[in-house]
Design a protein around this ligand. Structure first.
Ligand code: 13P
Ligand code: SF4
Length: 361
């Protein structure tokens, strides 16, 4: 391997670290400032014919606002489905950029706003479109399956887009057709799917900076202290952590598992933003965050995504007040190509009852 090739993972890590440092959380607000912003946002949503589409990992305050205004709080599959079914002229996507891009690709006629366009995802950043296209070119015999946590340009190169809610079902479907898979970008999720299905999968080596930090050793110790607990794990976590889980699944699947579990205590290995909805679903249960490695003495990614945390009342209000600088745009040529694998995923998921929202409308 040339020196440059062996340097690529280190360079990628350095870029991601730099982006984490440039992702400050919103400034704290006095109670009366927060109240004034909430009222203004509610008025603007009506004025602009806009609806909030919010991920489970963002601040609880923003999840509550979506609940109070007829918006939606959900996982990434359900966010895409909800946005493409809702009649509002403007979708306000509160999450990270790939979620806003997916909404725009599915709804090019709508205005898609985000509190910040700087909300990255380490999986997206770690899979640049040009390098990914070269990887695909080397393996033309493989069906290209990409996780939703990728740029619009990477999706444009895919045959299928998947999320953690439907990846197992879609890979099983492709396997039944005898297809070999090129998978990107999350190596942990890819390995989990490969082990569950036995599919022939060639992997891109990306990871989520948040889930990659969960510690199997720490989790084993916590389980010893709480023998009554069940463990819920998102499959972006390392193998050692997944192996200790009672339930493995997407964010919405973990909330469902919390609701249905008989255990009084749940240890949760995913972003702690999920605790708001999980506690609603399982009101009598004690939720404990799974331990992280806390590498480098910094806890900037310890069970909380630094980019999800960039969303706040102030930048949400700003996006509605002055949309310039908050509007998601995607090249129409990319939209044309990226739409196909996303719609394929939605159609498959709806037909299999995998989208919670689709069955309710
Ligand atoms: P879900 O699709 O399970 O909500 O996951 C999205 C995500 O970014 C996980 O880190
Ligand atoms: Fe990306 Fe991980 Fe943040 Fe999800 S939690 S948006 S996968 S960096």
């Amino acid at each position: 391997m040339s020196d440059l090739a062996s340097d690529i993972p280190r360079l990628r890590e350095a870029v991601i670290q730099r982006l984490i440092e440039q992702a400050p959380p919103p400034a704290p607000l006095a109670p009366e400032e927060a109240e004034a912003l909430r009222a203004r946002i509610k008025a603007l949503l009506k004025e602009r014919d806009a609806v909030l589409v919010v991920h489970f990992y963002v601040d609880e305050e923003l999840q509550k606002l979506a609940e109070e205004t007829g918006g939606h709080v959900s996982d990434s599959l359900d966010m895409a489905d909800f946005g493409s079914r809702h009649p509002a002229k403007t979708l306000v996507v509160v999450g990270v950029r790939f979620m806003g891009e997916t909404a725009k690709i599915l709804n090019p006629e709508k205005r898609v706003l985000m509190p910040t366009l700087q909300a990255e995802c380490s999986l997206d950043v770690g899979c640049p479109a040009e390098a990914f296209a070269a990887f695909c070119d080397q393996h033309p015999d493989r069906t290209v399956v990409v996780y939703a946590n990728t740029s619009a340009a990477v999706k444009a190169r895919a045959d299928w887009v998947v999320t953690s809610s439907n990846a197992l079902a879609i890979v099983r479907h492709l396997m039944a057709r005898g297809e070999k898979i090129l998978w990107a970008p999350d190596r942990h999720l890819g390995r989990y799917i490969q082990e569950q299905t036995g599919a022939d999968m060639l992997m891109w080596q990306g990871e989520c900076v948040v889930h990659d930090e969960f510690s199997a050793e720490g989790l084993r110790e916590l389980m010893r202290q709480h023998p009554e607990a069940e463990v819920l794990v998102h499959p972006e976590s390392p193998r050692g952590v997944v192996e200790l889980a009672h339930h493995v699944g997407s964010t919405s699947q973990l909330i469902k598992a919390a609701r249905e579990s008989n255990a009084p205590t749940l240890i949760v290995a995913t972003d702690r933003g999920i605790f708001y909805k999980m506690q609603q679903a399982a009101p009598g249960k004690t939720l404990i965050a799974a331990p992280t490695l806390g590498r480098g003495g910094s806890c900037s990614v310890c069970a909380h995504c630094p980019w999800m945390a960039m969303n706040g009342l102030q930048n949400l209000c700003e996006a509605l007040e002055h949309p310039e600088g908050h509007e998601v745009t995607v090249d129409p040529a990319i939209i044309d190509r990226a739409r196909l694998p996303i719609e394929r995923m939605l159609e498959f998921s709806r037909s299999q009852g995998l989208v919670a929202r689709a069955t309710k409308d």
